[in-house]
Design a protein around this ligand. Structure first.
Ligand code: IDP
Ligand code: MG
Length: 138
């Protein structure tokens, strides 16, 4: 168990004006923002980030969607960060996400589901390093 996870507020949530409300939920849940940036993900970078899903039928659409508009990427710190953050965001499919979770509140579909959260400590490290250098962390 580590105390770090990685998140992205996805293009649908950004364009729907949910950056503020989502960051408020993250703060209320006790996470500290260690690093954060707002930028437009290049398709090549999205393809690399989601390479683990290359064989899945939705991969091309996912890459297109994740590079369709700006995102917010952040590294978050809290005890038991990975597991607690997955609980906070809810199930991948918003129609199955528990009431009060970020995907339940702010997402409309399984493909455009508002937010990303790392699924393991190892991936949290890999994903955080993919977008941030040591110099950008506080
Ligand atoms: P997760 O984001 O909850 O960890 P993953 O299975 O890792 O879910 O899938 C990564 C992302 O791919 C999801 O967040 C979602 O944007 C997209 N995705 C997952 N399953 C589907 C699907 O069945 N149809 C379309 N997009 C999907
Ligand atoms: Mg995942």
């Amino acid at each position: 168990m580590t105390n770090i996870t990685f998140t992205m507020i996805k293009p649908d949530a950004v364009s729907n004006g949910y950056i503020g409300p989502i960051l408020a939920k993250i703060n209320e849940a006790g996470f500290r923002i260690v690093a954060m940036k707002y930028f437009h993900l290049e398709p090549e970078k999205a393809a690399e980030f989601y390479a683990v899903h290359k064989e899945r039928p939705f991969y091309n659409d996912l890459v297109k969607y994740m590079s369709s508009g700006p995102i917010v990427a952040a590294i978050l710190e809290k005890e038991n960060a990975v597991e607690d953050f997955r609980t906070l965001i809810g199930a991948t499919d918003p129609s199955k996400a528990a009431p009060g979770t970020i995907r339940n509140l702010f997402a409309k579909s399984i493909d455009a589901n508002a937010i990303h959260g790392s699924d393991s400590d190892a991936n949290a490290g890999i994903e955080g390093s993919f977008f941030f250098s040591q110099m950008e962390r506080f």
